[in-house]
Design a protein around this ligand. Sequence first.
Ligand code: WQD
Length: 329
Amino acid sequence: MNILVTGGAGYIGSHTSISLLNAGHSIIIADNLSNSKIETISRIEEITNKSVIFYQIDVTDEDSVERVFNTHQLDGVIHFSGLKAVGESVEKPLEYYHNNIVSTIVLSNMCLKYGVRKLVFSSSATVYGQNVVPFAEYMELLPTTNPYGATKIISERILTDVANANSDLAISLLRYFNPVGAHESCLIGEEPNGVPNNLMPYITKVARGELSVLKVFGNDYDTVDGTGVRDYIHVMDLAEGHLAALEKLDNGVNIYNLGTGKGTSVLEMIKKFEEINRIPVPYEIVDRRVGDIALCYADASKARRELGWETKRTIEEMVRDTWDFAKTL
Ligand code: WQD
């Protein structure tokens, strides 16, 4: 299939592009490079020995997106591009609503106009809010405490309504948990522009000596050791989950959690990183971060049952691959 990958120069998009190319699909990447680097495109080509068509465009710009649909015979779209920092979304809500919602509307319009039947959407476990773990796809989505999470719930709603109004559309909503790790080549990995938001980039900054200490946001949660518990998933497992969702896409709306089904605390992650990479990660306990929840991990059984997909890579591989890539920066 010929697939448009929006945000394909980004962390998850680039790893998914590699899985798509290695599976024999052809891809076109559209990315505005606001949180990614142009070098990633050539690295995808180097890793797969396949060529990639790249457009540096903003997916909220309908004319630019239409030129892509007009030029290429597309069989499907995987929509990654979007702003994704929870804290930043609280400070800049309009930027998040515009970017994340308008891009979804533009792509939906273009798919309908050009008869592109398959669309896979990058959603997030954030939509589950304060539900009881493990989070399952049938659960009611609770209003999240941040605009980023709201943009994901609204986008899911838009795509669901569009699919209900157009029976030949096949849409998959993939809810990610916490992606970490890097491709085994160490040529691509998580490399956020500017100040990172997530735990793992902070751990690698401390391991590289760029930061003296890791701030652990609270140790008074009702968890195994008081620190936040999350479902960390290797980015290559996540990439392969997208391939499975795309290739097994049925008409209508298909919702899947992409997670391991297991929770790991912040302190457990620090200790595993230190043990596997033999490098200290000094930390200090500070106040909780506003908006954080104690526990977040997946009921991963639906994707296993319906897509024949489940995670294969271990926490040890996650911290090893993360560090092997981070050392190259
Ligand atoms: C993980 C744990 C923090 C940094 C977010 C988004 C989610 C998804 C993944 C896009 C928490 C703790 C973190 C630090 C810390 N993104 N932490 N010190 O918040 O679970 O999820 O990113 O889809 O939608 O909400 O990820 O990596 O920020 O935090 O103690 O310097 O690490 O409190 O318990 P989070 P995270």
